[in-house]
Design a binder for this molecule. Structure first.
Ligand SMILES: [Zn+2]
Length: 271
């Protein structure tokens, strides 16, 4: 894999480096980004002629966006309660490369973190966000929805969704991401910028790991199905100022909810 060429690097604080990059062919972003850049097809957006209502006709590889039957996101209702094992989360502290890809701000995990669900291990690829939230829970929509994207050895994707809501305190676990979001070159969608920093990935999840489980798709073109969704029931609370940093970068990058079409939804009722 060819790596991006760094033209300049400027240290900001202890562990934050801003780099201007060119030559993204074969970059980490292109290979490590199934959620936001699947297929590399026609340009798409969240409004107007290239918006969600028209994704299915923009490119043959986006057909599932209109033809699919198990699409994401959904409004999670009618779940069946069942005691199920929490995902086994083995998230490490790690260096990440954060970029604004024109649809979201995404942090690419460089190595080391994984989850195990039903005996199947999946590596953490990247985390990105949608504002407002894409999945809804019983008709309620959080201000921000974070997607942790994992891939198993057989290529299957599992996405952990975490709702971010406004609480009274700043959240230390999310502060490294917030610092990056406040940088001008990231928040304003400069495609030639990336930032290297460090995340304590485990600190970004809710402590209560009970979840809703259901089948779905990528929420961006090509809307590929076969994605396992694990949506955490408990939100993570950030300060209003931290939430504002997300919305400062993107405030309309959520696909509307899609029909459930009878798919089973499990609600973990374990205690
Ligand atoms: Zn997403």
């Amino acid at each position: 894999m060819s790596r991006q060429i760094r033209l300049r690097s400027v240290a900001i604080g202890a562990a934050l480096t801003v780099s201007a990059v060119v030559g993204v062919t074969g970059s980490l972003a292109a290979t490590n980004d199934p959620q936001a850049r699947a297929g590399g097809g026609a340009a798409w957006s969240y409004e107007g002629a290239t918006g969600p209502a028209n994704w299915g006709s923009l490119d043959p590889s986006y057909a599932a966006c209109v033809d699919g039957s198990v699409q994401s996101p959904i409004d999670i209702v009618g779940a069946t309660s069942k005691a199920i094992a929490n995902p086994k989360v083995a998230y490490e502290n790690s260096e990440v490369i954060v970029e604004n890809n024109g649809h979201t701000v995404q942090a690419n995990a460089l190595s080391g973190s994984s989850i195990t669900v039903g005996g199947v291990k999946s590596e953490l690829l990247q985390m990105h966000f949608h504002a407002p939230a894409e999945n809804m829970i019983a008709g309620l929509r959080a201000p921000v929805d974070v997607h942790f994207v994992h891939r198993a050895a057989d290529g299957k994707l599992t996405v952990i969704g975490v709702m971010l809501k406004v609480g009274s305190q700043p959240n230390a676990g999310w502060q490294p991401m917030v610092r990056v979001l406040r940088l001008q070159n990231i928040s304003t969608a400069s495609e030639a910028s990336e930032v290297t920093t460090t995340f304590d990935w485990a600190a970004m999840l809710p402590k209560d790991r009970r979840s809703f489980r259901f089948a779905g798709s990528l929420t961006t073109p090509g809307c590929t199905e076969g994605v396992s969704w694990i949506v955490m029931k408990q939100p993570v609370l950030l300060s209003a100022a931290q939430i504002a940093a997300f919305k400062g970068a993107y405030d309309n990058n959520a696909r509307p909810v899609q029909p459930i079409n009878g798919r089973p939804i499990t609600s973990d009722s374990s205690r």
